[in-house]
Design a protein around this ligand. Structure first.
Ligand code: HCB
Length: 216
């Protein structure tokens, strides 16, 4: 089987909620010389995007989403240790990753955290539903080092909270201490400019590229 066929099989294992098949195909991909990075960005993530779109179109429902997320997790358990070997840490800075207050969608957040970690960032993962006070405390602890704030919001409501996060950081006099990247399906370039954050990214691979650029 060629590289593209295996990547398509990975994608389909997510779309078809095939947990065992996803783990087996992940091993097959590695055995065929496909990197962990490519397996995620060109196979698994493509499948998650399709699943998200199908849910929005009411073609699938909650149980299917949860099964796809489990399939993704089964693959990530195999791939995460390998990512660090593929791109060894170069000490580019610390990334504080989190999901905005009121929001528990963590699939994209975890992908982004994994990819940033694989690209040399030390990760401080604050998890989901994170209030601004927690974020401010963490920035204060790390002040003086190279800090990236990487926040996710999947709902239009929680996305509005990103504006408050930037304002809170400004009010604490910390804006020059941190680069701010926000992502998630509703986040656009226009929104990033409006709230005076630094950048956004379409997907986890793009997030790693943008983050490294911001740290230069
Ligand atoms: Co959820 N949900 N959901 N949901 N959900 C969405 C987000 C809607 C858009 C679906 C819809 O109605 N059309 C919608 C939000 C509507 C809106 O505000 N505009 C919605 C809603 C309303 C809700 C509930 C309120 C439903 C309810 O209970 N009535 C509830 C939320 C509860 C809460 O948070 N307080 C809810 C619950 C759920 C679950 C639990 C069933 C499940 C989440 C499971 C989990 O995360 N552990 C879920 C899911 C899976 C979705 C959809 C279907 C997919 C999201 C997803 O995981 N996408 C989503 C519809 C959609 O987005 N198409 C739907 C796949 C990941 C890989 O993509 O965009 O998260 P991503 O991340 C990308 C990208 O954005 C970027 O890189 C990532 C990796 O490629 N990125 C960053 C992400 N973060 C970044 C940060 C950076 O700095 C840079 C880049």
């Amino acid at each position: 089987m060629g590289k593209q066929e295996i990547l398509d099989k990975l994608r389909d294992s997510i779309v078809n909620q095939d947990i065992n098949g996803c783990a087996a195909t992940t091993k097959e991909a590695l055995a065929a010389g496909i990197s962990a990075f490519d397996a995620i960005s060109e196979g698994l993530s493509v499948g998650m995007k399709i699943i998200g779109d199908k849910f929005e179109a009411a073609e699938i429902y909650l149980p299917q989403i949860m099964m796809s997320a489990k399939a993704m997790n089964a693959a990530m358990e195999i791939l995460t240790p390998l990512l660090a070997e593929e791109k060894p840490g170069e000490g580019v800075g610390t990334a504080i990753t989190f999901v905005q207050e009121g929001d528990i969608h963590d699939i994209g957040h975890r992908l982004v955290s994994t990819m940033l970690g694989a690209n040399g960032f030390k990760i401080v993962d604050l998890g989901v539903d994170v209030p601004n006070d927690t974020i401010i405390d963490e920035i204060k602890k790390l002040k003086g080092g190279k800090i990236l704030l990487a926040g996710s919001a999947l709902m239009t409501t929680s996305m509005l909270g990103q504006k408050d996060t930037v304002i809170a950081i400004e009010e604490e006099g910390l804006r020059d201490s941190v680069k701010i990247m926000f992502g998630g399906a509703p986040v656009s370039d226009g929104w990033i400019a409006e709230i005076k954050a630094d950048a956004t990214a379409e997907n986890a691979a793009d997030a790693a590229r943008v983050a490294l650029e911001l740290m230069k």
